[in-house]
Design a binder for this molecule. Sequence first.
Ligand SMILES: O=C(O)Cc1cc(O)ccc1O
Ligand SMILES: [Fe+2]
Length: 467
Amino acid sequence: MAENPSHSNIDIESTESSWSNLRYQSGFGNNFSSEAKPGALPGDQNNPLLCPYGLYAEQISGTPFTAPRRLNQRSWLYRIKPSVTHEPFHPRSPPHHRLVGDFNTSTSSTTPTQLRWKPADAPDSPTDFVDGLYSVCGAGSSFLRHGFAIHMYTANKSMDGAFCNADGDFLIVPQEGRLWITTECGKLQVSPGEIIVLPQGFRFSINLPDGPSRGYVAEIFGTHFQLPDLGPIGANGLAGERDFLSPIAWFEDRIHPGYTIVQKFGGELFTAKQDFSPFNVVAWHGNYVPYKFDLNKFCPFNTVLIDHGDPSINTVLTAPTDKPGVALLDFVIFPPRWLVAEHTFRPPYYHRNCMSEFMGLIYGQYEAKADGFLPGGASLHSCMTPHGPDTKTYEATIAHGEDAGPSRIRGTMAFMFESSLIPRVCQWSLESPHLDPDYYQCWIGLKSHFSCNETDAPIKGNSVLRV
Ligand SMILES: O=C(O)Cc1cc(O)ccc1O
Ligand SMILES: [Fe+2]
């Protein structure tokens, strides 16, 4: 097949306006289709003997061929050369020492202590998304197709080659700096306040138009994210299908000697060389596809009379296990909203949870922590580890008293990755200079307000009067 010299179907320069004005396809779990050249998508079948424009047909399967139809995910890519056209994989040199795909006693340790990390600094040498990615904690194994990993990244340089994660799906939560992400299905711009899901196996490359960038990544092994059921909420609310955006086909027909594909496989990195850009998909169709979501489009539901609802009400996406209602990983947010509950302690309650909770803060201040939980920072409260509002939040809430009236949480976006598996923590995260050794102090000042005689108690119990 004749190969054209380097050309693409939009500006080869990654200009601000071309990335900011990208078009997307809307919907969650749809069978999308997109062609960057008219007629590039075979109309009547998936793999004709000869595809339009002399393209190769290639399927990417995100579920076993035999998965039930409602769960089955796959896409057909029509590309200039098939992905297989590359030299053998070799362990990447130098190896990446801070990625884990199998959480066991040799890769990680365990602690029930409340952990909190201050935000990491920007790298002091050129670092791209792959080099800047490091595992914080996780459970299970990518080999056994059950488990999750939580990573964070700090980077300041665009990627030269492409990355492919054979282990699981990435849910990326950028906290600082936009991501310009080229995928085999097309391009997406993802800003802090938005998230992107890059499913297992897709090749992608990340450019950093804003320089130093930072964020969080949840990786799930062996399953994919779904929208939560809405139950009695009804047919609408929380994250709406139409607010999920997938790319439109974009390709470059570029000869590129020495192009490097980095493949994460069992938590280790391998590289393979090829002589062309992997972003050579002229048309595609299917339901296995990267997508992004703007967290500010989330439609929260909440208490309108009494008590603090469980945070599951703010689930954006859930990765299920085989047990009904038991998540491998829930992605939950704490978005701006009205608080109106009467005679109720409105911040998160004190609690111990059989699920484990990793939290991050994209911007603003989290409602349970007056100090110390900063944008770009993180916390981990594992299975049955007690936690809740810090002393300052508790005292301020009580001082406000009964007549708090409606109040609006503004200008903040915190989130939680919540798992039924118990995370093991990577050694470098336990030894990190950003780990806050005094985290426990935020609760130590909680005083006893107990008095045997109700009338003497400095804080009086309220008699619930509903009118
Ligand atoms: O621990 C946290 O801050 C997360 C959380 C928030 C909430 O509103 C209720 C329970 C919960 O675990
Ligand atoms: Fe919690």
